[in-house]
Every structure is written in C-alpha cells, then in structure tokens.
Design a protein around this ligand. Sequence first.
Ligand code: PMP
Length: 364
Amino acid sequence: SQDRVFNFAAGPATLPENVLRKAESELYNWRGSGMSVMEMSHRGKEFLSIIQKAEADLRALLDIPSEYAVLFLQGGATTQFAAIPLNLCKPDDPVDYLVTGSWGDKAFKEAQKFCKPKLIWSGKSEKYTKIPSFGELEKSPDARYLHICANETIHGVEFKDYPNPKNPNGILIADMSSNFCSKPVDVSKFGVIYAGAQKNVGPSGVTIVIIRKDLIGNAQGITPVMLDYKIHAENNSLYNTPPCYGIYMCGLVFEDLLEQGGLKEVEKKNKNKADVLYNAIDQSNGFYRCPVEKSVRSLMNVPFTLEKSELEAEFVKEAAKEKMIQLKGHRSVGGMRASIYNAMSLAGVEKLVAFMKDFQARHA
Ligand code: PMP
C-alpha cells in the first residue's frame, strides 16, 4: 500500500502485508480471548493452539516426515552454530564444514570450541562467489556431519542441490536462515535444518530447528540446558518461556504460504522475481555487475556492484527517495544488495529494475 516502503533489507526483512494486517486486527484481543498473544500464558490452551497450528502448518509446507522433530527456539541461528556440535559430537569427533560465505565461516569457527571441524572447502580466496562440484570434495571418512549454509545471505550464493556426506554415520546439516520456506526441500536428506525466522517467516527472536529424532539425546555433558535439543523436544518447545509472539507471527506467515498454494508456487514467484533482477544486471552492459557464478546465484539475496563504484552512495540515496530502502551491501563486501525474500512483491522488484535503468541512463 501507499504508506509502505519497498524494504530490501537482509533481515529483519519485509513481511507480507496481509499477515501484518491480520496481526493488527488480532493484536488487542486475540480471537475473543480478551487478551493479546503477548499476554497469554505459554501453557494456556490459547497459546498451545497457536504453537501446535504453527508446527502443523510448517510440517505441511515442507512435508516434514514424522521422524523429525520441529523446535521453536531462541538465540538466533548464531546459537545453533554451537548447539549443533554440542548435541551431535563428542569433543574429539571429526566433522566437515563446506564454507561458501561468511555465515558458514562463522559456524565453522564456533564449532572449533566443541569438536574437531575440518574445513573441506572454502570459497574465501574467490571472494565467496562459487560452490564447488561435490565430486571434488575431500570429505573426512569418519566425519559425524557435513555442515553447509544453504544460502549465504551476504554473498548471495545458494546451493541448488546438496552434497551427500557419504559415510554411513554422516549427516548433512544446513543453515537455511535466509532461504527457509522459499522453495520445497527434501527434508529427509538432512539430519538438521535450522533457520532464524527474521528473513522469510517472521520476526527475529524465533529460531526453527528441524531435526531427525534419532539424533536427539546425545548432547555433551557441558551443554547448557537451553542448547540441549532433548530438553526442548521432550517439552514441545515449552521448557521455558518461548518467544510466543514471534511464534504466532511465524504461524500467520505459514498460513499465508499455504494459502498461496505452498512452496512450489512460492518458488515459482521467487524464480521469476530473481530472473527479472539478474537479467537487468546482466543486460546493463557492465554498468551493474553481480560477482556470483550464474549457476549458484541466490534467489533471495542479490548482491551487485556498479562499474563506477563512486556512484554507489548516490544510487542508495536516490533509491531511498523513491521508497526503496536498505539496498546498501553488507559492510564486509560493499556494493549493493537487494534481498527479495518471499514477501517482496514482483512489483517491488520491477520498481527497482525500472529505477536501475533510469539511473543508468542518467549516469552511463
Ligand atoms: N546464518 C545466516 C545464513 C544468516 O543470514 C544469519 C543472519 N543474517 C545468521 C546465520 C545469524 O542469524 P542470527 O542473527 O539469527 O543469529
């Protein structure tokens, strides 16, 4: 609507307008309960119905098999960088990390405190613009797991399919923070999928973990209770006070995604939006450039630079005047970045592309 900006932020990010409207209408008095969701007991029947529906809808969206637990946690995806090794390994266990951007690198570094991670591939020397072919990888024969970041939010590199950890005990673990629920995923290929909510599915403060149940229950003795998956699984994510309002918002987003026809439909829209934007970049005769190898370009985060880098600040400023905000690239890489998560409309992307063409015409 007229009074809203097009928000290209990487997260917290834009949310669907109808979800915000629904939350607004239910804010003061949730469905006749006489209170808002923020005021409810997390153990009362109202909130239980909210968290149970959120889980059921997420299970429907991602077709999550019954041998997987769904946990609604706190602490952001960053907390999972520690929780994963603490829950899945002994201190001397080897594990593999495939690092395609700075989030994967952070996960790798955190794991060094709790197990023996090996960096089996890093895209750092090529400025994180690639994903290797999986045949080239030297996976450790006895690695407990292989960790990837399915979509690197800063560098805009996204796995289009997934490596197989190969060894019989090996499991694949993915940080899906920035492409969670943007497309269908075969959950059965993974041991653990985790994601912070604040890009595609809700506000910050909720972290979702989808874990194969047989992997739960082996946490290292030093594991804080808040990081122990067994505690959260046994208590249906209600061991302590969960982020109730955030879970409610995620539930509204899941409902909305189901109403859109599920993740196949959502993926179609996302592909279309990304095509529109990448085509504009690639057809600009070098005025704009995306450094990422074409086959692994993210559908969610589109980094690009200007050939005349001195114009970048002007680009960001003029775009903001036209209500397109948060287009500045991450401070570690510079340039621009347009995050076009599920809730960014095609109209928003088309408006950005029209602006880019106009800017080019004025500055070429
Ligand atoms: N992983 C990825 C891929 C991310 O994009 C982010 C946040 N931008 C994180 C992890 C860290 O998430 P949080 O801030 O929720 O801890």
